[in-house]
Write a new protein. Structure first.
Length: 117
């Protein structure tokens, strides 16, 4: 089992920046990849950025060049630095971990990001 706790959401003006954090605990040795997803009202949850245990990253086209995923292995924490935020980035952001031989999915509780125009 993996537990994920997000923090760092909030209200920011367009063009501003935020950094989200996701602290993992539990069976962290079994984590294959971690990432961030988001869900806006009335829309499906979508991938924002992921990072494998080997350090490979993947970004949604809509955030490339603006968002950066990183990690601190000593703190078992993954970060999402979001720059040049746009109103369309407004959503609940969820931390995700895929762990174990069957790549089970684990989710955090979500953190709200609101970008005002």
């Amino acid at each position: 089992q993996v537990q994920l706790v997000e923090s760092g959401g909030g209200l920011v003006q367009a063009g501003g920046s935020l950094r989200l954090s996701c602290a993992a605990s539990g069976s962290i040795f079994s984590i294959n990849a971690m990432g961030w997803y988001r869900q806006a009202p009335g829309k499906q949850r979508e991938l924002v950025a992921t990072m494998t245990s080997g350090g490979s990253t993947n970004y949604a086209d809509s955030v490339k060049g603006r968002f950066t995923i990183s990690r601190d292995n000593a703190k078992n924490t993954v970060y999402l630095k979001m720059n040049s935020l746009k109103p369309e980035d407004t959503a609940v952001y969820f931390c995700n971990a895929e762990a174990g031989s069957n790549w089970s999915n684990y989710w955090g509780q979500g953190t709200q990001v609101t970008v005002s125009s």
